[in-house]
Design a protein around this ligand. Structure first.
Ligand code: CA
Length: 232
């Protein structure tokens, strides 16, 4: 899907120039000329990013930016501020208005596009990262990365311990029996016993539990298997 960008700029020539170049770069672009129309347009179009000029008729850019940050549905929308003069730029920089970036006119379109790409890339990284992290009470399990952190510290888990933990965590609250764990982690053709599972659970507990003789995360369900308990 194309990223949608809203430009709030009263100078028609600049607006058209930005619009033309952004469309050429594959963005869906909308423009408004009047400060009073900005908020409404952002709520309606839900752009991935807003390019906001400071000097606008009826409502100035900083007021618009403040309103964006105070409006629940759109408060996280990235905003690039356009300023006309260095002095204005300094003023904006000196105050924390919550803009994601600033450009002083005249700016190069190439520079603007580079800034837009950087912001959207960062946004995407944050999104995919949070998709891949399972957050527990005091642990974070990074899927794909084979990493588990406990209170910010990386745990030294073997691959099997990691796989076992991930499987239990993904089935939080459910009892998984030993044979299922053995088959899933070690494979059907693995010649071993369910005792293998017990040994790995013991090692895992030593690494993740405060007191492995009194585990709070991995519960033993006698005669069946194990269950990961939700701490939240
Ligand atoms: Ca202006």
């Amino acid at each position: 899907m194309k990223n949608k960008i809203l430009i709030v700029e009263d100078e028609v020539n600049i607006l058209e120039l930005i619009k033309f170049n952004l469309e050429k770069n594959g963005y869906d672009v909308y423009g408004v000329h009047d400060g009073n129309l900005a908020q409404e347009a952002i709520l309606k179009e839900r752009p991935s990013l807003v390019i906001l000029d400071l000097m606008l008729p009826n409502k100035d850019g900083l007021t618009i930016l403040r309103e964006i940050r105070e409006t629940k549905e759109i408060k996280n929308t990235p905003v690039i501020i356009l300023t006309a003069r260095e002095t204005e730029f300094d003023k904006v920089l000196g105050l924390d208005f919550g803009a994601d970036d600033y450009l002083t006119k005249p700016f190069s379109i190439k520079e603007l596009i580079a800034r837009i790409k950087a912001i959207l890339r960062r946004l995407k990284e944050v999104e995919t990262e949070s998709d891949n992290i399972i957050k527990l009470d005091d642990m974070e399990v990074y899927q794909d990365a084979f990493k588990v952190y406990k209170r910010g510290e990386l745990l030294n888990l073997t691959l099997k311990e990691y796989e076992l933990l991930l499987l239990l965590v993904k089935n939080k609250g459910k009892v998984l029996n030993r044979n299922y764990l053995l088959d899933t982690i070690w494979g059907y053709d693995y010649i071993g016993e369910t005792r293998t599972v017990d040994v790995h659970i013991r090692h895992l507990r030593q690494k993740i539990e405060e007191d492995d003789t009194n585990p709070v995360y991995i519960e033993t369900v006698r005669g069946v298997g194990y269950r990961f308990k939700d701490q939240r």
